[in-house]
Design a protein around this ligand. Sequence first.
Ligand code: COA
Length: 170
Amino acid sequence: MLSLVQDLDLRFGAELAEHADAIEDIAAEAFGPGRFTRAAERVRERSPHDPALSLVAVLGSEIVGSVRQTRVAVGGVPVLMLGPLAVRPRFKKRGIGRTLLALAADTARLAGERAIFLVGDRAYYTPLGYRPLPIGSIVMPGPVDEARILGLDLVPGAWQGVAGLVEPRR
Ligand SMILES: CC(C)(COP(=O)(O)OP(=O)(O)OC[C@H]1O[C@@H](n2cnc3c(N)ncnc32)[C@H](O)[C@@H]1OP(=O)(O)O)[C@@H](O)C(=O)NCCC(=O)NCCS
């Protein structure tokens, strides 16, 4: 069960082109320059995120959180890669991150997607339905701590037997 966010003025919606600069600021603040060296960034260089599957949290007129999803394939099977997920420091711990994650999964399901993976902290994502995928099953185009690769089923058994290189969708 999601705990509801407290701010009445907080809204969630699809990412729009006009949000790009604010989202970049949030990512820079959350991850610093090291974000460009991540394996997930190598994926996104070849497969840009899909704004229709990406969401922002807006407080008044300010973007305070963002989550992006990218259509990729793993071993030829279409799946989504989620990330980055970030919330402005002063708005953390109000449920914005987990609401963005839940809405990202709902949006993906409605779009007919079957599964999502991400690289992240187990402690944060497992209460939200993600679970570690078998070590070696997801081959990223760069070094990654494989224990941090987590998957979510949007349809039952979605990750069963899915393995291989993360590549652009054909
Ligand atoms: C991770 C992040 C998106 C969470 O956003 P948020 O809006 O604060 O998240 P929520 O309010 O839904 O959840 C907050 C809870 O998650 C916990 N949490 C946050 N990051 C965590 C982590 N890496 N591991 C375990 N728990 C974590 C908080 O301590 C808090 O716990 P509490 O409810 O017991 O106080 C935010 O902290 C952030 O932007 N961090 C920097 C970027 C980042 O690490 N992104 C994730 C990439 S893997």
